[in-house]
Design a binder for this molecule. Structure first.
Ligand SMILES: [Zn+2]
Ligand SMILES: [Zn+2]
Length: 133
């Protein structure tokens, strides 16, 4: 028997689908297991229960996601050290320095700052809103 998380067919337009992405580990639990697990996750701050009874990502999940990004070789932005998703990549193929657009702007906005890669020293190519990911 299915318990919950069943997305009804039909009527769904464009922006549905996110809520149906249930982690595989949660799918096969019985309802009571699920509730207990949720309680534990909330208590341990993996999730947080909002005042209107919904469940959100807790503080720990955000912190854990960061280390997840690091552990899975998502390159970090060289400037702010956050996961460099949607960041600009160095034009040197063998260099994996990545910098966010907004970090680039901030970094290179100082007049005397050279527009070179902080990792390999290659001239940082101007790309007009092209992103590597
Ligand atoms: Zn950054
Ligand atoms: Zn580089």
């Amino acid at each position: 028997m299915c318990v919950g998380y069943q997305v009804p067919n039909g009527g769904g337009t464009e922006s549905q689908g996110v809520s149906s992405q249930v982690p595989a580990a949660f799918r096969n639990f019985s309802l009571s297991q699920k509730e207990r697990t949720l309680d534990e996750l909330v208590r341990d701050k993996w999730l947080c229960a909002t005042s209107d009874g919904r469940i959100g990502l807790g503080v720990r999940s955000f912190l854990d996601l960061r280390s997840w990004f690091r552990n899975n070789d998502v390159p970090a932005c060289d400037v702010c050290n956050e996961a460099g998703l949607k960041a600009n990549a160095c034009s040197n193929e063998s260099c994996n320095v990545r910098i966010h657009n907004y970090c680039l702007t901030r970094k290179f906005s100082q007049r005397r700052a050279e527009r070179i890669c902080p990792g390999c020293g290659t001239q940082w190519a101007e790309r007009k809103h092209k992103q590597s990911f």
